[in-house]
Design a protein around this ligand. Sequence first.
Ligand code: FES
Length: 152
Amino acid sequence: MPRDGLTIGAIAARTGLAVSAIRYYEDQGLITPWRNAGGQRRFDRGDLRRLSFVMIAQQCGFTLPQIKAELDRLPKSRTPTKADWARIGAKFRGAIEQRVTQLTLLRDRLDGCIGCGCLSLKACRLYNPEDRVAEEGAGPRLAMADRRSKTL
Ligand code: FES
């Protein structure tokens, strides 16, 4: 029985992706078309699910190499199942939580810079993330201390 398959145009229509994007994902090894008896490239229906996974993972902020690494853990012909997605989703969630924590810290450090503008390589908490004088308050504490000592 001949193998059924989808054209790249059908994949584009179903996923909303541009043909060029699908080719790029193919070049990155995220999906692998095969050739029918006439030598035309065809995609499996499971590639729709793989591409959905790619788009969702990209929305979550993951790079194509990271996404490929997850897909490569699955058997070649298999798409992510509900159980796979639960496992991978939990892993993605942990990575997103970590980024939220980092961004919250960055936002809080930026709050201390708003209105300051010193951009000091020694004192600014954005440049100096291990800020050893953070407990003294926001702003360029070392510069402020230096200024205070000169005025005293
Ligand atoms: S601009 Fe960051 S502490 Fe002054």
